[in-house]
Design a protein around this ligand. Structure first.
Ligand SMILES: *Cc1c(COP(=O)(O)O)cnc(C)c1O
Length: 430
């Protein structure tokens, strides 16, 4: 599959080149040249397919022929070596748990898939690739874990100092080997801006091969379409009208869900659930797209003022506001509302949601008010113990730590503090 730049000022690119470069030379995000829906029989027959088989069929067109089918099978199987259960809260609301991977956030899926693609492309290459990634919390850990020990790949993670949870920080600062963490005096948007600047800085790119592992990278973004299909497989017999509420920050996840729908997945609507960082909620009301600096919330992985994937959503809907609005609703919730929702979920359903999932739950409730017949699935994007302070303070009950979390506790943090783009540049060139 070839990809074009959404800035339309760069040549089209192969999948391989798009993965290695991350962003097109004109700064645009890459988008696939075509999307061929899967046959209806695929969805009719989905009960008989394993998760790996579903994922293989769904992603094949986007990565072939550069990744041969036999290799792709292995990549998909290794990526998906954990479960994706749907848990029903009541007749109208379920949650899709995306936190059973090694770092307990949905980003494990994209990070593991991308690491294996890059590892494959890089196997006969003596030029090292540096993966440069900004994280608002979970990307860093997932990327660090996914790329740990991958030959020929160095990983440099930028995170906003003091704005990620303790466990998130440990997950990205304690692995060592080919993983380096830079602690930035600033916000996530500052980290993301530094990364974007680096990609455009020829004095860097002439000296090193830089790529991104944020959802701007197609190999990180596209595999996120898998689990919408897995949820459908678990729910389609019981529920005809399935809606997904996606706690959104950079909008890669919800945009991947829309790609699943483009492939023919019979789902009726998406809800982008936001915290106070609500540029898209406002856009769907006013038709004015006005990014603002991000503000800090308890659902920190969604503290994004200028969501990088929104341009891909615009492309999917051909920049047509009314067709986007038909398929996407968006609501925004305060931290107080989020905490109240965490408590409500715990008291009514004995379920412990993390703050991001709780925002998704609120999105379901808001949507169901107007659309009582739908069955709404909110994505539980991270395990609640990744946000232990908030979760325990709200539900007033101590939470047992899963093994994946225990294994990073108490390890030694290693990070380098930086403040400006020049700091980043001299770090990379040293
Ligand atoms: C990254 C993240 C999100 C936001 O996902 P986007 O694809 O950036 O919209 C939501 N919740 C959690 C826990 C995350 O880590």
């Amino acid at each position: 599959m070839n990809y074009y730049s959404l800035n339309h000022k760069a040549p089209n690119s192969t999948f391989k080149n798009a993965v290695i470069k991350g962003l097109a030379p004109d700064k645009g995000l890459y988008f696939p040249e075509s999307i061929t829906p899967l046959p209806k029989t695929f969805f009719d027959n989905i009960d008989n397919l394993s998760y790996s088989e579903i994922a293989f069929e769904a992603i094949k067109q986007f990565v072939s022929p550069e990744i041969p089918e036999a290799i792709l099978k292995t990549i998909v199987e290794e990526t998906l070596s954990f479960d994706f259960p749907v848990v029903k809260l009541n007749d109208s609301i379920s949650t899709l748990e995306l936190f059973h991977g090694p770092t307990m956030a949905f980003k494990d899926v994209g990070a593991r898939f991308m690491a294996r693609c890059l590892g494959y492309f890089n196997q006969d290459n003596d030029r090292e690739v540096t993966v440069l990634v900004a994280t608002s919390g979970d990307t860093g850990g997932a990327v660090a874990n996914g790329f740990l020990g991958v030959k020929g790949v160095n990983v440099v993670i930028l995170y906003p100092s003091g704005k990620v949870s303790d466990i998130q920080e440990m997950q990205l600062t304690t692995l060592g080997q080919n993983i380096k963490a830079l602690e930035v005096n600033g916000t996530f948007d500052d980290c993301q801006d530094m990364v974007k600047t680096a990609f455009l800085d020829e004095s860097l790119t002439n000296n090193m091969q830089l790529t991104s592992a944020n959802s701007i990278n197609v190999a990180r973004w596209l595999p996120q379409l898998f689990y919408f299909m897995f949820a459908y497989k678990q729910l389609h017999k019981e529920h005809k009208e399935i809606v997904f509420s996606v706690p959104s920050g950079n909008f890669g996840n919800v945009c991947a869900g829309m790609m699943a729908q483009k492939l023919g997945l019979p789902i009726s609507h998406f809800v982008a659930s936001n915290n106070a960082n609500n540029v898209v909620t406002r856009y769907l009301v006013s038709e004015l797209y006005e990014p603002k600096p991000s503000v800090q919330t308890i659902s920190n992985a969604m503290d994004v003022g200028a969501p990088s994937n929104f341009i891909r959503i615009q492309e999917i809907y051909k920049n047509n506001f009314s067709s986007l609005k038909e398929n996407l609703s968006s609501y925004s919730f305060s931290d107080e509302e989020t905490k109240a929702a965490m408590l409500e979920i715990f008291e009514n359903y004995k379920y412990v949601a993390d703050p991001h999932g709780a925002v998704g739950y609120l999105g379901c409730k808001a949507y169901l008010k107007e659309n009582a017949n739908a069955h709404c699935v909110f994505l539980e994007t991270a395990h609640p113990t990744k946000f232990l302070d908030v979760v325990e303070a709200v539900i007033k009950e101590e939470q047992p730590l899963p093994e994946q979390i225990q294994s990073v506790m108490g390890r030694e943090k290693e990070s380098v503090v930086i403040s400006t783009y020049d700091d980043l540049k001299s770090y990379l060139l040293q």
